[in-house]
Design a protein around this ligand. Structure first.
Ligand code: NG6
Ligand code: CA
Length: 506
C-alpha cells in the first residue's frame, strides 16, 4: 500500500471508530431540555391547579402526562433573584440579586459557571429566548453597539431577549449582541433618573395611553403603554407587545428546528403574564377576567406551539419539558387593567396566602411540571423542591460533574424526584422575599424584617409577610399561614432561625 493510501485508510478506520454506533447512540440518547419559565404565574392560575375561570389545555396536558408538583418553589418572590438562582444554582442573596432596572449591568460574572455552561460542557446547543432581567454589559449597556457581556458570555450559544421586563425601557429586542432593527441614525438613550428626549411620557400625555398607570410606570410611552424609565431614539426597533407570542415562539421553534439533530437546552422565558398585559388580538376576550386572564390563555397557546413543534420534528420522546414560574401572582402591578375587578372568584395564588413580593407561600410556591413522555410516569408529587436544584439535577442527568464548592453551591441533585422515582424532596429550603423565610418540612419560619419596605410596596394590596417579630407556621395544619405559632414554640423558632443563619453563613 502506498503511503498516501495507507494514510487515508487509517483515517477512515479512525473515523469509523470515533463514530461507532455506540457513541452515536449515546449522543442521541441525551434528552433535549426545554425550560418554559412563565412570568408571575400563580399556583392557582392554571386549570390543572384548580382554576376554573381560565382554561389551560396545553399546559394541562403536560401535567396529565408528566409529574405535577404541589410543593415546588422558585427561590424568590420576585423575578431577578429567581432567575439568578435558576441559572447559577446559588441562592440570590449571595449576590444581593434584587429587581433590576432596565439599564442594569450583567449580575452574573462570566467566570461563574452557569447552567448553560454546564449543558454546553455536556455537548448541548444552548439558547435563551424571552425575558432576561439579569442585566447586560459591564460598563454601561451599549444599546447602539455591541452589548456584552450578556447571555453569550455566560454559556448561551444564542439569545433573543426582552432585556429587562415588558414594563421597563428599553422596549427593544436584543438578539445576541445587538438591538434588533436599530437605525444608526436614531440612537437609543436610556435613563432611569430623568426624562430624556421629546417622546411622550405617561405623566404628561395620558390621553394617548391604552391603559393608565401608576407614577412609577408613567415614563416613556411605547405602543400606547407608558413604561418604567425614560428612553429616546430607537423608534424603528420598538417592539409591539401584542407581537410577543408570535415573535418569541418563532425564535424558540427556529432554535429547536435548527438543533433537532443534536441535544439542546432552551431556556424559554415568557413575558406573560407580567404587566403590561397586552395580549394579541387572538386572545382578547378569551376569558371574563380581562387582560390578565387572556394573557394566561396566550401563554398556554405558546406552550402548545412548542409541544406541536416537537411532535412535528419527532422529538417528543427525547425532550424533557419543565414548566414553571419565576414568582407568585399579582393582580394590580401598576397598570389599570382591571385585574382586581375582573378576578371574580379566581384565586391566582390557589389556596395559599400572599403572592408576588410576599414571604408567604404563594410568593414562591408555583406551578411546576416535568414532562418526559415514556420516561416519566404520570403522577402528582408533594416533594419539597426548589428551582435552585435544577442545575445539579440536570448535571447528573447528562453526566456533567460540577465542583459544588465553587459552582451551584445551593443546588442539590433532585433528579430522582424530578423523574418521579423518589417522592422525598428537600428537607429544608430558603424562600427569599423582602425578608427571608425557611421551610423545614412542613414548618415555615419567616424572619423578622430587617430592611425597610420599599416605598412602592407599602401601598400595594399585597400581604408581604413583613413583620417586626418572628413568624412560625405549621403548614400541615395551617397551609394558609394564619396561626402564628412563634410565641408558643420558641425552641422551634430558635432552631429554624439557626438553620437560616447557617445557610446564610456558608
Ligand atoms: C416593581 C414594579 C413592578 C414590576 C416589578 C418587577 C413598580 C412600582 N413596580 O418594582 O411593576 O416591574 O418591579 O417584576 O415599579 S418582576 O416579575 O420582574 O420581579
Ligand atoms: Ca416575575
Amino acid at each position: 500500500m502506498k503511503t498516501t493510501s495507507f494514510f487515508y485508510y487509517s483515517f477512515f478506520i479512525l473515523l469509523l471508530v470515533s463514530c461507532s454506533p455506540k457513541k452515536v447512540n449515546e449522543a442521541a440518547k441525551k434528552p433535549n431540555v426545554i425550560f418554559i419559565y412563565v412570568d408571575d404565574l400563580g399556583y392557582g392560575d392554571l386549570s390543572c391547579y384548580g382554576a376554573t375561570a381560565v382554561k389551560t389545555p396545553n399546559v394541562d396536558s403536560l401535567a396529565t402526562a408528566g409529574i405535577q408538583f404541589t410543593d415546588a418553589h422558585c427561590t424568590a418572590a420576585t423575578c431577578t433573584p429567581s432567575r439568578y438562582s435558576l441559572l447559577t444554582g446559588n441562592y440570590a442573596f449571595r449576590n444581593n440579586a434584587a429587581i433590576l432596572p432596565g439599564d442594569a449591568l450583567l449580575i452574573i460574572n462570566p467566570k461563574q459557571e452557569t447552567i448553560a455552561d454546564m449543558f454546553k460542557k455536556g455537548g448541548y446547543a444552548t439558547a435563551v429566548v424571552g425575558k432576561w432581567h439579569l442585566g447586560l454589559g459591564d460598563g454601561s449597556p451599549n444599546w447602539n453597539g455591541i452589548i456584552k457581556p450578556g447571555p453569550l458570555e455566560i454559556g448561551f450559544d444564542y439569545s433573543y431577549l426582552i432585556p429587562a421586563t415588558p414594563d421597563r425601557v428599553p422596549t427593544v429586542f436584543v438578539e445576541n449582541h445587538n438591538v434588533v432593527n436599530l437605525d444608526p441614525n436614531d440612537p437609543i438613550k436610556v435613563s432611569y433618573n430623568e426624562r430624556i428626549g421629546t417622546d411622550p411620557i405617561g405623566l404628561e400625555d395620558g390621553e394617548i395611553l391604552k391603559m393608565t398607570a401608576d407614577a412609577q410606570h408613567s415614563g416613556t410611552i411605547v405602543d400606547g403603554i407608558s413604561r418604567i424609565g425614560f428612553m429616546s431614539g430607537g423608534h424603528k426597533a420598538y417592539w409591539k407587545d401584542e407581537e410577543f407570542p408570535n415573535i418569541l415562539t418563532k425564535k424558540a421553534t427556529d432554535f429547536i428546528t435548527i438543533h433537532k439533530d443534536k441535544p439542546f437546552f432552551l431556556y424559554f422565558a415568557l413575558p406573560d403574564i407580567h404587566v403590561p398585559r397586552a395580549p394579541n388580538q387572538k386572545f382578547v376576550g378569551a376569558t371574563k377576567m380581562g387582560p390578565r386572564g387572556d394573557a394566561i390563555v396566550q401563554m398556554d397557546w405558546v406552550t402548545g406551539q412548542i409541544v406541536k413543534k416537537l411532535k412535528e420534528l419527532n422529538l417528543t420522546d427525547n425532550t424533557i419539558i419543565v414548566f414553571s414560574s419565576d414568582n407568585g401572582p399579582i393582580l394590580d402591578d401598576g397598570y389599570a387593567d382591571k385585574s382586581i375587578a375582573n378576578a371574580g372568584s379566581h384565586h391566582p395564588g390557589g389556596s395559599f396566602k400572599g403572592g408576588k413580593y410576599s414571604a408567604y407561600e404563594a410568593g414562591t410556591r408555583v406551578p411546576t411540571i416535568v414532562y418526559w413522555p415514556g420516561k416519566i410516569k404520570p403522577a402528582k408529587s408533594q416533594a419539597l423542591l426548589s428551582q435552585v436544584d435544577f442545575f445539579a439535577s440536570f448535571a447528573k442527568l447528562i453526566g456533567v460533574k460540577i465542583k459544588n464548592k465553587e459552582t451551584a453551591v445551593d443546588s442539590f441533585d433532585m433528579l430522582d424526584v424530578l423523574l418521579g422515582k423518589n417522592k422525598k424532596g428537600r428537607t429544608n429550603m430558603l424562600e427569599e422575599a423582602f425578608t427571608m423565610a425557611i421551610r423545614d418540612g412542613n414548618w415555615k419560619y419567616i424572619a423578622p424584617q430587617t430592611r425597610p419596605t420599599p416605598d412602592w410596596l407599602v401601598n400595594k394590596d399585597v400581604k408581604s409577610g413583613l413583620q417586626q417579630t418572628p413568624q412560625l407556621y405549621d403548614l400541615s395544619k395551617d397551609p394558609k399561614e394564619e396561626n402564628n405559632l412563634a410565641e408558643k414554640n420558641p425552641e422551634k423558632v430558635k432552631a429554624m432561625a439557626a438553620q437560616l443563619a447557617q445557610i446564610i453563613e456558608t
